[in-house]
Design a binder for this molecule. Structure first.
Ligand SMILES: [Zn+2]
Length: 252
């Protein structure tokens, strides 16, 4: 009975080899809440992190912003400078770093299928004895991401709200509108002409682009057909991978 329970618990020695093995299963998104950073540990994880990022997986990290981060106290300032320096090393590897106040939980998720939850700081673990429990369980990974708001990476959500986690439907409507507008301009079509070809009133195109209209799916399909845009429903954690290919500069 005990063996069954303990096989999913990893300590400060066994965690990293298992994690590195698990990271190979990542297809889109690795989220890490490591309240503390230490340069030695970051450097030891450089190779697997760079490997992940090179094959298109996004890594978003959430680090604790100290309570006294803006204190004039010299020690507080030195500590803040150290955190920013360590964060820059991660950013140079291509890891997104978010500084958040009061964060103390230590978790790591891979796509939507794996959660590590425990007492170990992935990016600062050194000598203390810690444990991490590994849950290869979808609903647990999603619940952790939701409750800790790990989907709110400043750099990721600046580009696109995630349908799976945002309640603000209008934000997504606006995103769709911007994409339609961008593609229409790329093809040098006026709103009027796009409407005519798609068989949709110009007013609908205007409102669609503004994100103010709750457009029918059929209408959206017709507009996308004219624009050469593909409508696709994809797993949310694949969005970073897909986004890399659809972010194209607007040509004039
Ligand atoms: Zn991110």
């Amino acid at each position: 009975m005990h063996d069954d329970v303990d096989k999913d618990v990893y300590d400060d020695n066994t965690f990293y080899p298992k994690l590195i093995q698990d990271l190979e299963s990542a297809r889109g998104l690795v989220l890490i809440q490591s309240p503390y950073l230490a340069i030695n540990r970051i450097e030891r994880l450089r190779e697997p992190m760079v490997k992940l990022i090179r094959r298109g997986v996004r890594v978003c990290t959430f680090v604790r912003l100290p309570d006294n981060w803006n204190s004039p106290n010299i020690q507080a300032q030195e500590e803040m400078a150290r955190i920013r320096g360590d964060a820059r090393v991660l950013q140079d590897m291509g890891v997104h770093v978010n500084l958040r106040p009061h964060k103390h939980e230590k978790v790591l998720t891979i796509d939507d299928h794996l959660l590590y939850d425990g007492s170990l700081n992935t990016f600062s673990q050194n000598r203390s004895s810690e444990r991490m429990t590994r849950f290869p369980v979808r609903y647990k990974a999603i619940a952790a991401i939701k409750s800790l708001e790990l989907y709110r990476c400043d750099q990721c959500t600046a580009q696109r709200p995630l349908t799976a986690f945002h309640d603000d439907d209008e934000l997504l409507q606006q995103y769709i509108g911007r994409q339609v507008c961008k593609q229409r301009k790329l093809l040098s079509l006026s709103q009027c002409l796009l409407g005519k070809i798609a068989g949709v009133p110009e007013k609908t195109i205007v409102e669609l682009e503004k994100g103010t209209r709750n457009i029918e799916v059929k209408t959206l399909i017709r507009v996308c057909r004219v624009l050469g845009l593909e409508l696709m429903l994809a797993d949310w954690f694949l969005t970073p991978v897909i986004q890399r290919f659809i972010d194209k500069p607007l040509k004039h």
